[in-house]
Write a protein that binds this ligand. Structure first.
Ligand code: AMP
Length: 411
């Protein structure tokens, strides 16, 4: 399959060529023709599948070929949960629209709103936004959404997880009723289905697992260790293993700050990325991590969601998430693009119940090891668990679980 066969215009093909893409990804193959036919689309796709181009390319074509307006009212609205994701989408929109007569802009919170308000006055065809800032500026009458023809909800599941449901409802209430809707989500909870039912009309469903195989190549391991010894252990693993690009997840923002400071004190370049950081600090940390000047990025789940960081060799769970699905999302960040990767979890006694939940979800037992000098303080329940595991030879609990795991871990 070629991009040309999908019905994309020559100017878009030129932009795609410039990006160096030789053929469409699976999600692009399925979503682009449906969107070009102006259908509503419900897409199950995660970061890493090429979903951004999957909705951006046909959206640009529709707008380019549609009626021209002198004052450039907002005709396409792309909503996304995090600032980083918004900025990434905007980078894509800019690249793909290089040869189109279309103007785009991104707005998100955490930065001064005035330059955004001024820029909006000049008119934009495509607006990429996070819900909070969009509503803010809408309330200030800095923008109107009455002319939106295409609405994209990207990472809709995370938008709901982050508590944007009410903001979303308000935004939906000021959009024109007649419009094309595209909903992208990695997971499909009851809430997402409800949202999809509310928004989409006769949607075409498309589903894609990323082409980069990951799950099979991710080497997953847990190290049993006491909570208070975790910092020392992770520093040892990174230093002695000479790990170069490590994404570490902590449960809290303070935890991320603390750990990043300890790493720096041990001569490991590190930065923390979470919701309390200024936009400038987040962008700088991400840039440093991508260009290799920052060896370790310590992140909370929400901050890490959707970041386009390809080819991560190491992901470490400094603490396990209490939601098993988040574990799958986290480890999906390693072993991307066909490369192998390692996902390590540092697990204290208190977290053993999370391990059970995760193992149940993925239908697989996690290899457990203890590093010399970091033996956890043994308790009665510890022993019980060890002998229970030995009896329990691991087979996937069910086909369905395994399939879900593979699908959702490929990000
Ligand atoms: P996304 O899932 O949209 O975050 O995209 C993941 C990565 O895949 C980005 O770095 C894109 O630039 C890249 N990408 C998107 N489409 C293609 C394609 N057809 N061929 C190769 N790379 C692509």
């Amino acid at each position: 399959m070629s991009f040309k066969k999908l019905g994309l215009s020559d100017s878009l093909l030129k932009a795609i060529d410039k990006k160096g893409y030789s053929k469409p990804s699976l999600i692009q193959e399925k979503a682009i023709p449906a969107i070009l036919e102006k259908k509503d689309v419900l897409a199950s796709a995660q970061t890493g599948t090429g979903k951004t181009a999957g909705f951006t390319l046909p959206l640009l074509q529709i707008l380019s070929h549609g009626q021209k307006y002198r004052r450039r009212p907002i005709r396409a609205l792309i909503l996304t949960p995090t600032r980083e994701l918004a900025a990434q989408i905007q980078d894509n929109v800019i690249a793909y629209s290089e040869f189109e007569d279309l103007r785009s802009m991104v707005i998100f919170g955490g930065v001064n709103a005035n330059p955004q308000i001024r820029a909006l006055k000049n008119g934009v065809d495509i607006l990429v936004a996070t819900p909070g800032r969009l509503l803010d500026l809408h309330n200030q009458k800095a923008l109107s959404l009455k002319t939106v023809e295409i609405l994209v909800l990207d990472e809709a599941d995370r938008m709901l997880d982050m508590g944007f449901q009410r903001d979303l409802n308000k935004i939906l209430s000021v959009l024109p009723i007649k419009r094309q809707n595209l909903l992208f989500s990695a997971t499909f909870s009851k809430e997402i289905k409800k949202l999809a039912n509310k928004i989409l009309k006769n949607p075409v469903s498309v589903e894609a697992t990323p082409e980069n195989t990951t799950a099979e190549k991710v080497n997953q391991k847990i190290y049993r260790v006491d909570q208070k010894k975790k910092s020392e252990l992770i520093i040892k693993l990174i230093s002695e293993g000479n790990w170069k690009q490590v994404l570490v997840f902590t449960r809290t923002k303070h935890g991320a700050n603390r750990l990043s400071k300890k790493m720096v004190a041990s001569d490991i370049t590190a930065a923390a990325i979470h919701g309390n950081k200024s936009q400038g600090a987040r962008t700088k940390a991400l840039k440093g991590f991508k260009d290799g000047s920052v060896r370790v990025l310590v992140a909370t789940d929400i901050a890490a969601r959707g970041l386009d960081i390809p080819l991560l060799p190491h992901v470490v769970n400094f603490e396990l998430p209490n939601v098993s699905e988040d574990y799958v999302h986290r480890i999906g960040r390693t072993g991307r693009a066909g490369a192998s990767g390692e996902a390590i979890s540092l697990v204290s006694q208190e977290e053993m119940t999370y391990v059970k939940g995760i193992e149940k979800l993925i239908g697989e037992q996690l290899k457990s090891e203890i590093v010399d000098g970091f033996e956890p303080t043994m308790t009665a329940s510890n022993n019980a668990r060890t002998s229970a595991n030995q009896k329990n030879s691991r087979k996937p609990k069910s086909k369905r679980n395994t399939r879900n795991y593979k699908r959702s871990s490929k990000r």
